[in-house]
Design a protein around this ligand. Sequence first.
Ligand SMILES: NC(=O)c1ccc[n+]([C@@H]2O[C@H](COP(=O)([O-])OP(=O)(O)OC[C@H]3O[C@@H](n4cnc5c(N)ncnc54)[C@H](OP(=O)(O)O)[C@@H]3O)[C@@H](O)[C@H]2O)c1
Length: 254
Amino acid sequence: MNMNKPLSGKTAIVTGASSGIGRAVALTLSRDGAAVVVHARRKERLAELAAEISGPGGRVLVVAGDAGSPSDLDTLLERALSWEEGGRRIDIVVANAGRGLAGGILGSDEAQWQELCQTNVLGTAHLLRKAGQHLVKQAGGDIVVVGSVVGRNISPFSGFYGSSKFAVGALAEALRQEICSKGVRVSTVMPGIVVSGFQQVAGYNAENFGKSIAHFGRLLEPQAIADGVAWLLSLPPHVNVSEIMIRPTGQNYP
Ligand SMILES: NC(=O)c1ccc[n+]([C@@H]2O[C@H](COP(=O)([O-])OP(=O)(O)OC[C@H]3O[C@@H](n4cnc5c(N)ncnc54)[C@H](OP(=O)(O)O)[C@@H]3O)[C@@H](O)[C@H]2O)c1
């Protein structure tokens, strides 16, 4: 193991690693020396990612599951803690899995509200609780939560989704206050518009999305968020940047 990399000797869990931001985070943390445990529902995509990580010598464990299911998340933590190549430890948890939903309170598809809440809020809360309990016992580590700029500046165009990200931001800050004295850092990364699988899953199209963001100019690639996460994790352990917003330069709002 090359011990000269910033995250050498550390093991990171990344949820939502089969696409977009989570995928880029997993690759980046591996590049920085971490052993990575990658989680999502789509196994074949995780297998492709694992090949990309292990090709150049990175250590990776695939655990497929639903980020809205507490028992699947418990399995994720148990598998990580019994993974020999990862040192049977967890140092970093990136709670990234989530989904969007086009439309405001009037126009969004109410049939999707419950599933969105289960994944974005309840699943994330369960992961934060379990990861927090583990890292407190270990007396150190990092939890990075992927929120959204619409979790700070609500928008009428994605009102229900935005409210879930307000909840995620509140959970992360409450957790930070609860466990910071135990040496655990909690950070919320709030991306602006990132081109990923997100837009298709959310049901965005030219009409309900494209037109309103046309003036933003060049949008972000997932790597911009992964670089932000890597930077947070590279800071000395007594420095906690607890919130960071990363937008395309031309995105004025939200
Ligand atoms: N893209 C943006 O503009 C943007 C802006 C702000 C915040 N965000 C946030 O960034 C995070 C990542 O999104 P992204 O842009 O990278 O979108 P993406 O490309 O669609 O990736 C979403 C990831 O989350 C996973 N996921 C979704 N629901 C899941 C479930 N129930 N169980 C397990 N995994 C689940 C997906 O994996 P499977 O489908 O394989 O399960 C996938 O790996 C989300 O929390 C999103 O809200 C995105």
